[in-house]
Design a binder for this molecule. Sequence first.
Ligand SMILES: *Cc1c(COP(=O)(O)O)cnc(C)c1O
Length: 375
Amino acid sequence: MENIPVAGPWITEKEIAYVTDAVTNAWYSNANMYHQRFEKAFAEYIGVQYAMALPSCTSAIHLSLLALGIGPGDEVIVPDCTWIASAAPISYVNATPVFADIDPKSWCISAKSFEECITPRTKAVIPVDLYGNMPDMDALREIAAKHNIAIIEDAAEAIGSTYKGKKAGSFGVTGVYSFHGSKTLTTGEGGILLTDRKDLYDRISFLRDHGRAPGNATLFYNSEVAYKYKMSSMQAALGLAQLERIDELIAKKRETFKWYYERLGNIDGITMNSEASDVFNSYWMVTIILDPKFGIKKEALQEKLGLQNIATRPFFHPLSSLPAYQNLPQAGHAHERNEVSYALSPYGVNLPSALNLTESQVDFVCQSVKQIIQG
Ligand SMILES: *Cc1c(COP(=O)(O)O)cnc(C)c1O
């Protein structure tokens, strides 16, 4: 039986040509040529002033928190259901993560829960554009502005998504993307940080290069102990080639969702990714949530699909439920507070959404899902 992967990229001759050119020519005085092209093109695509290519999205969140001066005693609100990379950097700076509930439709942070989590210590919120969907950005921005809270938008999963016509990654003081191999646009490993604020961009340029100002990089004169967070030119070349094909990549994601929706969208008891009227969802991961009436939890569904060589992922476990966060004072309380996270997560599974998926593979996956839920 063939293996059906859950995620993976779409690489063409263009990517191979760009990476080959980078490894051949991006040295000496041309060492940064692909970074410059990639960062400029990415900033233009999203519609922001500044973009900085980085080794990961995790490092982009870390730098965002550092540049905002967030540290011990501060609280940062993050949705309970997301990849741990959204939250881990809060601990890197010795601040405290506070887990807010998700919205039952968009599966992104609930504006109401965000507001309820605010305390005098809250310095930032990290909304996540989960699986390509968008949270209620107008409500989040209004609440954040009222309480003077910085927004760091984690758009890692949402390249191409829009909210009221504005691109994911452009809603915060910083926006961050991941180019991990599972993401829609990949550089193997990698990420990017976006901002319109020159002061933050300058501070981040300094922090990511061992505390050297860009102008004095040749002086080896470090004024603070900082970090080394850089992308290689081969990765930047790969990212540029992928970005030049971005419409094609997003169209494939949308088509994949449509194939699934045609087969599973009308089945009673299956909920799929939503798309509100003011949102364009780039559907990074096609996801189903089963009604508890079937009595099938995500692990059981994953195991049964696995027997057919169908790879899946669990809907993110609430972070507040993970061993990693059991020593946080409020982790225990999040269970009662975050009803939606705890109700949906046990029954959610990401179905194969790799960019090389065929319609007949989707057909096979959907037939398998239907057989499993019909017992
Ligand atoms: C993939 C992902 C990240 C982390 O990206 P890295 O590049 O692996 O650091 C962060 N947040 C979300 C929501 C992600 O899906």
